[in-house]
Design a protein around this ligand. Structure first.
Ligand code: ZN
Length: 148
């Protein structure tokens, strides 16, 4: 069974692009199970120890979105702040300011290019998970808006 990575040194590493989504089917199944088990809103592969560019985003009651090699294509000019927590950083929440909506291009599980547009909570989660791929975690935002 996979475990959640909580070591910040590991979490600060940058994930590498994948070549073929079908090679990672097993990992994605395990990530989906992890998301269910922890009742998380999203998960990046680095959080279960794989430094590759895969994120999943909860879409309850539907299956989660699975994005391979996601790239932020466009963000709104409006920003919103919200209090975020992270499965990898237990018992801590951080206020983070992010664009309100985000357009992300990615590959789907058959390797086709797709575009996702997220707003509201899903936009927050999507950008939080994108951060993980670039080695950024919520505590990196401390000091910006949290009064330190
Ligand atoms: Zn996180």
């Amino acid at each position: 069974m996979l475990e959640i990575v909580t070591n910040t040194h590991e979490l600060h590493r940058i994930s590498i692009p994948i070549h073929n989504p079908s090679e990672h089917r097993h990992l994605v199944i395990e990530m989906r199970e992890m998301l269910l088990r922890t009742q998380g809103l999203g998960l990046a592969a680095v959080q279960v120890g794989s430094l590759i560019r895969i994120i999943i985003i909860d879409n309850d009651p539907y299956p989660p979105f699975v994005l391979y090699n996601p790239l932020i294509a466009k963000t709104s000019e409006q920003f919103a702040t919200s209090e975020e927590s992270c499965l990898s950083i237990p018992d801590k929440s951080v206020i983070v300011r992010r664009p309100k909506t985000v357009k992300i291009s990615a590959l789907n599980n058959t390797g086709d290019a797709v575009v996702f547009k997220f707003s509201g909570l899903k936009a927050v989660v999507a950008q939080h998970e994108m951060d993980h791929l670039n080695g950024v975690i919520i505590t990196d935002y401390l000091g910006e808006l949290n009064g330190f």
